[in-house]
Ligand binder design. Sequence first.
Ligand code: PA5
Length: 445
Amino acid sequence: MSVKLNAKYIKDFVSDAALEVIRPEVEAAHEALNNGTGKGNDFLGWLSLPRDYDKAEFAEIKKAAKKIQKDSEVLVVVGIGGSYLGARAAIEFIKSQNYNLLKKGVPEIYFAGNTISSDSLNELVEIIGDRDFSVNIISKSGTTTEPAVAFRILREMLESKYGKEGAAERIYATTDRAKGTLKSLSDKEGYKTFVVPDDVGGRYSVLTAVGLLPIAVAGIDVDAIMKGAQDAMADCAEKDISKNDCYKYAAYRNLLYRDGKKVEMMVSYEPAYTMMNEWFKQLFGESEGKDGKGIFPASAIFSTDLHSMGQYIQQGERQLFETVVVFDKPKTEVEIKEEAANFDGLNFLAGKTLSYVNRKAFEGTVLAHSDGDVPNIVLEVEKMDEYNLGYLIYFLEKACAVSGYVLGVNPFDQPGVESYKKNMFALLGKPGYEDRKAELEARLN
Ligand code: PA5
């Protein structure tokens, strides 16, 4: 497997006997997923997506990406949650957090509609300036407030700059195949549309047009991502937990949870992994956090956060475990040179690379945290390239689904997300919410 679970540091916390106890539950989850008999079984499209994805649409995605690269200096990707995080995570994982500063021959890419902050939107308008730009509006439902509001403003900008027809050639809508406000508007205005398949929920949708169009615009090899996901699909299909690190990860998480470890901190030593952490938090948080249950997903980038969160992790309340994603090789290397004066006393590192020092930081930390009663699951990945990204995405998605079934929840719904929306609509005076508005205002005043 390209993502390998190193169980060395978890052994002191979870015994092989405990793994045997949970094995039948994991196997039952495997069967439920494969046979489509589990909760939320109308949202299993992601399971075979790496093999069964729409090849014609995939070609259209590449074509649209080329057009955007040619006619736009900036692409604004409008979406929130599952319609936002995957694309950004992938671009930063493969390229950099500084993609917009480092990009060569491809458009800058900004994300909007993931907040309701006016400052953030005004800033984006300023960044775009008078440059040529396109918009990829992504919303499965087509009705989510945050992206809808941002899109209204950006559409107006496009129309006043290029005219209605010119704007239509620069708007790409990724939404439901047939229904929803965005689909109707796109059909009416003649926007190019891409599909979020019915049976793929937002947080499992990065390997559809939702993620792939922005990723392709960034000049990233989407074929290699799909190849990695295909291989993960084959490797993670093995029922036997001892031969399937994806299932083993799901098993360890649940065993730790049952043992009072209620918070999982996903950790990487690469800042380019920051948005993958955010994607992971949505994937697992939205999938498992329901029915009064679920591991709380948190994240950190080390060694950066060892200087802010390190104290708590080492000695705070003992409800934590860590899942550390380590990469064998960095994308680039830096060598530390010998210095005659040795004022900083660092000559003991002369000739060493920064990745070697980073590795030692990981090794020292994993042992320290284990000593501090923080179990560490380690996921080893060779490098941060497209293939391994595709593999990792599928590995984590499947681990999440299996984990959710073992926990006894529906990992494919998110009923709780509606509560804030209903209150917000009521308070904003949306027709149909009058009763709730009066009740909420009485509570607020
Ligand atoms: O995972 C999910 O379903 C959510 O995070 C959605 O992706 C998010 O709420 C955006 O929804 P939509 O794509 O319908 O605008």
